[in-house]
Design a protein around this ligand. Structure first.
Ligand code: IMP
Ligand code: MG
Length: 177
């Protein structure tokens, strides 16, 4: 085991099986819609790139928002929009693609910003969810896995900007926090 890891939580196979079935569900639900995937940078990039390949519809577009709220393993509380959407989404069925829900503050904030732009519909797809940590009532319409109250890294997710490139999802060793 690499010394920064306490454990491997999800292997590449676990992730790809689940992403395939999420892709099938989304394909089915959005067949007759104008799907716009809104990926929240930077944590969701690997999830987005695998998920979009499993969405087998032609009417599928992608855009990005970038928000920041974390330093180390603790939420700073204040969320900053570093990059907003800049196209008209009034004709789009928006699906937010996020890596993980912890307190729910990030998704709550991002959902409000997107809702103010009056999309045709708005739903949330989160790869991971830490239900024990919710502080707001945020629910993912599509959810990959539940996670215990531990800090996870890899598959896009970072600890101080490192480890995003791990192809699996691991639990960060407490000695590093
Ligand atoms: P929330 O606003 O507390 O729900 O936090 C959501 C954001 O915090 C996610 O988009 C992640 O970028 C980050 N985050 C929350 N938990 C973890 C974790 O265990 N590992 C890495 N990033 C995390
Ligand atoms: Mg994130």
């Amino acid at each position: 085991m690499m010394d920064f890891l306490e454990d491997v939580f999800l292997t590449q196979n676990d992730i790809s099986d689940r992403v395939k079935s999420l892709g099938k569900e989304i394909t089915n639900d959005y067949k007759d819609k104008n799907l716009l995937l809104v990926s929240i940078l930077k944590g969701s990039i690997l999830f987005l790139s695998d998920l979009m390949r499993e969405i087998k519809i032609n009417n599928c577009e992608v855009d990005f928002m970038c928000v920041s709220s974390y330093v180390g393993t603790k939420s700073g509380g204040t969320i900053k929009v570093l990059k907003d959407l800049n196209t008209d989404i009034s004709n789009s069925d928006v699906l937010i693609v996020e890596d993980i829900i912890e307190s729910g503050y990030t998704l709550n904030y991002v959902s409000k910003i997107i809702n103010d732009k009056n999309p045709k519909s708005l739903k949330i797809c989160a790869l991971l969810d830490k239900p024990e940590c919710h502080k707001l009532d945020v629910k993912a319409d599509y959810r990959g896995f539940e996670v215990p109250n531990k800090f996870v890294i890899g598959y896009g997710m970072d600890y101080n900007e490192k480890y995003r490139n791990l192809p699996f999802i691991g639990i960060l060793n407490r000695r590093y926090i």
